[in-house]
Design a protein around this ligand. Structure first.
Ligand code: 13P
Length: 249
């Protein structure tokens, strides 16, 4: 059975007091035991989030990390730094990192390697832009994003990878991919994994959907057979909404 996961990506939101308030509220919500729940807070809140969630079932995830393990990279955060404060998972490849911070597939392949060498789990994000969907190249775009950043990995390394398909046109826009569009792409992703590796690997990797998931649409998206959960932006900033999405499985 694949892991079912709902992760909140807080992006660059909430100050320290608001972060603590949200975690307190989240801890008081009843969250389904069948689902792994995580929050990706801004870097400055990670350490307090780790201590605040200790003993709960809420995991704490970084939103990014640098590909080098240390050095003259002003303003950056490394994998060993994350590990040293008890963070064991990071997002990589979010479309906002790709678009605004010029992260390329090559750079992401390096980040993936560094994360794995430092025993971090990875939630790897990817997805096509609106123009690519309109021109019908979305399947090829997604295949090449996966190939360029992840297909050098061996089967054992894939145990540490969760995929998050996030069509850029559905992020923060209120426009969700339909459950059918999500299912179609997730099935495509499994096909690509099966042809690069094998069917058993393709069936074992959890694939999350992200892009305007809300309490009102989570159930029908999560009901699709190849959707194993969600990466939630805006709705993860409200404890009741996030809990409703977790409990939509
Ligand atoms: P929204 O849920 O706000 O559309 O954001 C999705 C996302 O980018 C999660 O990483």
């Amino acid at each position: 059975m694949r892991k079912q996961i709902v992760a909140g990506n807080w992006k660059m939101n909430l100050d320290a007091a608001q972060s603590q308030e949200l975690i307190t509220a989240l801890k008081s919500e009843k969250l389904s035991n069948a689902v792994q729940v995580a929050i990706a807070t801004p870097f400055v809140h990670l350490a307090s989030a780790v201590s605040q969630t200790k003993g709960s079932d809420i995991g704490v995830v970084a939103q990014n990390m640098h590909q080098a393990i240390s050095g003259a990279f002003t303003g950056e955060i490394s994998a060993p730094m994350l590990k040293s404060i008890g963070v064991n998972t990071t997002l990589l490849g979010h479309s906002e990192r790709r678009a605004y911070f010029h992260e390329t597939d090559t750079m992401l392949a390096e980040k993936v390697n560094t994360a794995l060498e430092n025993e971090l789990e990875i939630i790897f994000c990817f997805g096509e832009e609106l123009e690519q969907r309109k021109s019908g190249s979305h399947f090829d775009v997604v295949s090449s994003q996966l190939r360029n950043a992840l297909f050098h990995l061996d089967t054992t390394q894939w145990k540490h990878i969760v995929l998050a398909y996030e069509p850029v046109w559905a992020i923060g826009t209120g426009e969700t991919a339909s459950p059918e569009q999500a299912q179609e792409m997730h099935a495509h992703i499994r096909d690509v994994l099966a042809s690069q590796y094998d069917d058993s690997l393709a069936q074992s990797v959890s694939i999350l959907y992200g892009g305007s998931v809300k309490p009102s649409n989570a159930k029908e998206i999560f009901a699709k057979p190849d959707v194993d959960g969600g990466l939630i932006g805006g709705a993860s900033l409200n404890a009741a909404d996030f809990a409703a999405i977790v409990n939509a499985f």
